[in-house]
Ligand binder design. Sequence first.
Ligand SMILES: *Cc1c(COP(=O)(O)O)cnc(C)c1O
Length: 468
Amino acid sequence: MESAPEQDRRRRIDAARRDRVVRAAAAAGLVGPRHAAAGFLDVDGVRRTIADLHAAFGPDVPVLHAFAVKAAALVPVLRLVADAGMGCEVASPGELALARAAGLPADRIVLDSPAKTAAELAEAVELGVAVNADNLQELQRIAALPALGRSGSVFGLRVNPQVGAGTIGAMSTASEHSKFGEPLRDPGARARVLDAFDRYPWLTRLHVHVGSQGCWPDLIASGIRATWELAEEINRRAGRRRVTSLDLGGGLPVNFADDEVRPSHAEYAALLRAAVPGLFSGEYTLVTEFGRSVVAKNGFTAARVEYTKEVGGRRIALTHAGAHLATRTVFMPDAWPLRVGVHRPDGTRREGPEEIQDVAGPCCFAGDVVARGRALPRIEPGDLVVLHDTGGYYTSAHWAYNSLARPAVHGFTAADGPVRFATVRPEQTLAEIAAEAGAAHADALAALNPTGPGNPGTGGDDTGGAAG
Ligand SMILES: *Cc1c(COP(=O)(O)O)cnc(C)c1O
């Protein structure tokens, strides 16, 4: 996968263009005095990445590239990726609702929720979205659905090839004890999967997702190879094509260290062609579920610096980029380091002498630091810090700690002349924060025991006595 032509095809994120967008965002007031932080998504970049993905798999195999919605659970983003030719992979009733709100037709939606309820399954089968069951109990539940016979759904079974873990345990889904899918290597497990295909004629797909970030492409490919081998075995046993499609999952790792896109979708597809040629024979319809590799490098987060100070001989910038926007980075800094750019209040990038500094966030806990001991140009109050490569899983997946406002997300295009922005999601208002915190039920708890404190049990309920 390191052949020269492949390397030549690697793209770099255009840093000068990103700087131009930060300046335009500051000039437009999208981040700065009035907005403490905002996420930005490169619409041109997303379209190009998706075109690269389609080109990588080529026209010779039928393939549905389903965008993993959790990577950017925003309706306009889903509409954009659909417009660029992708479907959606959804993992909860909420994500399914977003895909439908974006206008995705049922035959371009794949439902992978890890713990699907009976109601969720019934809805999926009614709609006709593809369903990947996590386990054999779920297959039993599907078999009992009244709408099964008239459903347009494609049904798959997720398997865990148990090929091992990548560098981030929490992101590795094909390890020995992973919670996902039916294991293939445990004693008797393979026979149970074969038996399920004997039993359920509507089961026609195998699904595998080896892991997300930190799983190297050859590990992913070995899991896919094991899944393809199982499909071949099922088909041989049946004497016909019982498995007609393979869902290969997502998980292509993203390079957070610099602006190069590596590995590229083209490199990954070339690796798969070499490791599992049978995938590309045309005998199987393919599904992929890329999330991070579609959006991560096509987005950034910008946040205002409020104060700076010297503590223990080191400069700390107190900014609005914290754990609410970069949760994984704050809690697992070694697994999820982010590059930070320093820009003046007008958005121009600071260069020049660097000093070791911490970039801290606004959350009320001491560990709320997005970059620790980092060599950066001297940060000043009013500056903007830019977290690179946060187009997926970061600002779009805000954490509500401290009731900090969920920031706005803006899309931009800079392809033809001046930078143009479009609101994907506005910043959360204080009224919305209060409403989501139960403001409409403000009296609910105080009114539950109207006699007030110090009189437990006098409301006539018997729980006070039982507790005593
Ligand atoms: C998270 C997930 C994906 C997407 O993973 P990325 O690393 O974002 O590409 C795809 N499929 C399943 C089942 C997932 O859980």
